[in-house]
Design a protein around this ligand. Structure first.
Ligand code: NAP
Length: 247
């Protein structure tokens, strides 16, 4: 079992939803957390304050991870602030759901940039530091939509499926180094992203979930902790946390 005390993690999109839950759970386990956000600084600072209240350390950094210069700034600031980097959680993501006929080139490119190209951006600058760690972890928050597809989600499904292929390939390349690379594929989790879905569609989604409820952000965070703490021999995998919706 890895000793997580005083390890350093970056959580992209750590200011709300799943990323905020991951950040708090990491902090509860003694990890120093860099909370990345894009636009809503007040939410990131709230998560930092909540973490400091439990006696752990956190630091917020604004960076649009779809922009490679911003991603470089994020990693540099994190390493300068906490003196190293052990865990990278690629969690930032957006949806722009539209049927393919209505999907603009911008809808396609923006979703691929934020969900997938961001992973290249952050990993590129984080990897030299992760390789120096004795517990290096890369955890990519993919989605059930990348596995099963989703109506009106060609852009998002392509990005999330891309994350899974990237996870497996990088895991192979890094296996000997001790840095593990895994994906978590959440089902439908009760965050702003899912709250934006019209109520009638939300009801029809819940009816299809074998456990008949949405997941909670903390249930994804527990998966991240499991991979960090007990995941020495787990690499290149997809951890499905979805109430049985996709098996
Ligand atoms: P959310 O509540 O909408 O939060 C998204 C987070 O990403 C926010 O912190 C946001 O920060 C940040 N973000 C967005 N664009 C960014 C950018 N360009 N650079 C940096 N940060 C950015 O989303 P969520 O539901 O927690 O989802 C988190 C991840 O899980 C996403 O990758 C999502 O695709 C995936 N996922 C979610 C579900 C679900 O049901 N909720 C299911 C499967 C997978 P700002 O507010 O500052 O912009």
């Amino acid at each position: 079992m890895a000793d997580l005390n005083n390890k350093v993690a970056i959580v992209t999109g750590g200011s709300r939803g799943i990323g905020a839950a991951i950040s708090k759970e990491l902090a509860k386990n003694g990890i120093k957390v860099v909370i990345n956000y894009n636009s809503r600084s007040e939410l990131a600072e709230k998560v930092v304050a909540e973490i400091k209240e439990i006696g752990s350390e956190a630091y917020a950094v604004q960076a649009d991870v779809s922009n490679i210069a911003d991603a470089e700034k994020l990693i540099k600031e994190a390493v300068n602030h906490f003196g190293g980097l052990d865990i990278l959680v690629n969690n930032a993501g957006i949806t722009r759901d539209k049927s393919f006929k209505k999907l603009s080139e911008e809808d396609w490119r923006t979703v691929i940039d934020v969900n997938l190209n961001s992973v290249y951006n952050t990993t590129s600058f984080a990897l030299p530091h992760l390789l120096e760690s004795d517990a290096g972890r890369i955890i990519n928050i993919s989605s059930i939509i990348g596995q099963a597809g989703g109506f009106g989600q060609t852009n998002y499904a392509a990005a999330k499926a891309g994350m899974i292929g990237y996870t497996k390939s990088l895991a192979l390349e890094l296996a000997k180094s001790g840095v593990t690379v895994n994906a978590i594929a959440p089902g439908f989790i009760d965050t702003e992203m899912v709250q934006a879905i019209p109520e009638n569609i939300r009801e029809s989604i819940v009816a299809k979930v074998p456990q008949r409820r949405f997941g909670q952000p903390n249930e994804i965070a527990k998966g991240v902790i499991y991979l960090c703490k007990d995941g020495d021999y787990i690499t290149g995998q997809q951890l499905n946390i979805n109430g049985g919706l996709y098996m």
